[in-house]
Structures are given as C-alpha cells and as structure tokens.
Ligand binder design. Structure first.
Ligand SMILES: NC(=O)c1ccc[n+]([C@@H]2O[C@H](COP(=O)([O-])OP(=O)(O)OC[C@H]3O[C@@H](n4cnc5c(N)ncnc54)[C@H](O)[C@@H]3O)[C@@H](O)[C@H]2O)c1
Length: 326
C-alpha cells in the first residue's frame, strides 16, 4: 500500500522544530558522503519557468525518492503559488513506493529549516532584528524558522509589491502578536541595522548591497538558484564567511557565485565549505562578532527526501492520509 498525502495532510504533521533537526542530520550525512544525490536535472518550460527532477538516496534512513517541482515565478499574479510539486518516497529494501505527497508546503518548511540550521551555527547568539526581502511563501516559513533559533523581536519586511508586504505583515501579526513588524520602503531600509537578513525574493538582480549591512550580520541567501540570477552583490559575497548546502550544486547553479567568479571578484575556492562540514566540526564557523556570515542555499534533494520521510513517519503514526494500492 502507498500513502497519499495532500498539502493539508503535510501541514498537519510537519512541524518546523522537528524538521530543523531532521535537516541538520541529513546535511551532515550529505557532506560526509553517506547519501547518493546527483545534481538535479533542470528543464526550462518556455515562457513560464523551470521544472526540476530531484532524486536522492538516504541509505542510513532506508529510503530514497524524487521531488518533481516547478518554479513559475509569475504564478502569484495568476492566483497560483510559484512553487508546486510532488515527492515520491520509496523504501530502499524493495523499492516499494511508501508515499506520494504534495511538495509545496514541504519545500517551504525544509528550505527554511535549512536556513535555521545555518543561522544556529553562524549568526551571533543575540541576533534580534530580522530583515525579510521578499514576502511570499518562503518569507513566512523563514520568519517561523528564524524565531525558532534566535530571539527575534523586530522584523522589517520589503517586497517589490508593497501590497504583498502589507498583507504578509497583517497575516503574520496574528501568529506573532508580540513581534514588532515594520514595512520597509526599500531593501536598504529593511537591511540597515538588521542582525539577520533573509533574501527570499524572486529577484534576478541584487537586493543586498554590502554597504548596507550591519557588522556581524548573518545572511540566508535563498531566492536565487539559477546561473543568471543573484540576490547578493559581489562585494557582499566576497566579504562574507560563506557556507553552502552543496558545493557542487552551488557552483553549478548559483549566480550569486557564478557571476562574481566570472567577473574575477573571487575564486571558486571561496565557496569551499558546506553546512554539513560545519555541523561535523570539520570547518570553523563565525570568526568574530563583527564578521558577515552567509549561508547560500540552492536547495538539495536530500533535504526533500529526509523531510518526506519525517512526514511519512508522522502521518503513518497519526493515521493521516489515505492508503491506496497503486
Ligand atoms: N534555495 C532553495 O532551496 C529554495 C527553495 C524554494 C524556493 N526558493 C526560491 O525562493 C524564492 C522565493 O520563493 P517563494 O516560494 O517564496 O516565492 P513567492 O513567489 O511566493 O515570493 C517571492 C516574492 O518575491 C518578491 N520579489 C520579486 N522581486 C523582488 C525584489 N526585487 N525585491 C523584493 N521582493 C521581490 C515577489 O513580489 C514575491 O512576493 C524564489 O525565487 C524561489 O525559487 C529557493
């Protein structure tokens, strides 16, 4: 039998704090070479966006799987989310499909959980002010994730669409009535003075300028994951202590690295450290309270398969979802 899980089912069982621990574990296993994961296959869908096929095997957890995901950035203007998809989760023993589940909410949570893992490792402990650049799906999950790992008190939100930022703040105030939200008038207005900066926009050009950053700020650069797009200006990346989810994927997919390397700003060796290596204590974290630290994520399939396994386990235990004989 295979368990079919809708978005609502996934929302019911996937909790941020659980997912942070699951993602920390799998990122460490990934960097230790205990997982099997090719760089994802990305296919352009003309005039709409991209489709990615993201397979991974987690032998130690007894599962493998694949996420099929679309990123169509103009969807919100047509009333649909930018990111939609499915995960098929299989057991390694027989290959049997254990579950098929919606991947939209899962992607939102696992991406922010990875940023939380990086923030826990790299941000100054007292980081209390947060800038969110982009106020879509990832902004919400990043807000929850940052509040889970740092004592966030003030949140500045900027979106190129002011109405989106306003609605975002209204919705999140219900969830976090004690947080001081502020709608910023520009990325600079949001970022100046912020201890934590999350870039989770669909911008293809920089939304961060090095001169705006507070000494000691930690950045989670999440939005861009194609070679021609970057959310961070070259000097920010050059100045930062950089850690990535996957070195191989980052150097193949992230314009935030590919473009400044082409421009001669720094060499590929600047992108040498993975979060999993920091977790294992093999690479150092923050060197001083004033250092700028950067986690640049492109998103990797081991995170999806690990999160899907967590969802499957919780759903099976709680009787959530529908079992079908395929
Ligand atoms: N690294 C990863 O693992 C990962 C995972 C999921 C999504 N993403 C990426 O993160 C980004 C956000 O995803 P989402 O699901 O929240 O998308 P979304 O469409 O819900 O939100 C994106 C928001 O960015 C805003 N925006 C666009 N240009 C901007 C600019 N110049 N300044 C400020 N805001 C701007 C849009 O108005 C929109 O509200 C996308 O680019 C997506 O592809 C990355």
């Amino acid at each position: 039998m295979t368990l079919i899980l809708t978005r609502q089912d996934v929302e019911q069982v996937l909790k941020m704090r659980d997912c942070i621990e699951t993602i920390a574990e799998v990122m460490q296993r990934f960097s230790a070479g205990d997982t099997v994961m090719p760089v994802r296959l990305v296919t352009r869908v003309p005039e709409r966006g991209v489709h990615a096929a993201m397979p991974a095997v987690l032998p130690s957890l007894g599962v493998f799987g694949i996420k099929s995901v679309t990123v169509f950035p103009t969807n919100p203007s047509r009333g649909a989310p930018s990111i939609m998809g499915l995960v098929i989760l299989n057991e390694t023993d027989t290959g049997r499909p254990l579950a098929v589940m919606d991947a939209a909410y899962l992607t939102g949570i696992r991406t922010a959980a990875a940023s939380a893992v990086a923030t826990r490792l790299l941000a100054n402990p007292g980081a209390a002010s947060l800038a969110l650049i982009g106020a879509g799906v990832q902004a919400a999950t990043h807000l929850w994730a940052m509040c889970a790992v740092r004592p966030v008190k003030a949140v500045a939100v900027y979106d190129i669409d002011a109405q989106v930022a306003e609605s975002f703040i209204l919705a999140q105030l219900q969830r976090f009535p004690k947080l001081a939200f502020r709608q910023a008038v520009s990325p600079e207005d949001a970022i100046r003075g912020a201890d934590l900066v999350c870039t989770i926009s669909s911008s293809k050009t920089p939304v961060v300028d090095h001169s705006w950053l507070k000494p000691g700020a930690h950045i989670n650069g999440v939005g861009s994951h194609t070679p021609d797009a970057r959310e961070l200006d070259g000097p920010t990346v050059q100045a930062a202590r950089v850690a990535v989810d996957s070195r191989q994927a980052a150097l193949k997919e992230a314009g935030d690295f590919i473009l400044p390397i082409q421009e001669g700003l720094f060499a590929a060796e600047h992108v040498s450290d993975e979060i999993g290596e920091l977790l294992a204590g093999l690479k150092p974290g923050r060197a001083s309270a004033d250092q700028i630290t950067l986690y640049k994520s492109v998103g990797i399939a081991v995170q999806d398969v690990a999160a899907a396994r967590l969802v499957y386990e919780r759903a099976a235990a709680q009787g959530v979802g529908v079992e079908v004989a395929l």
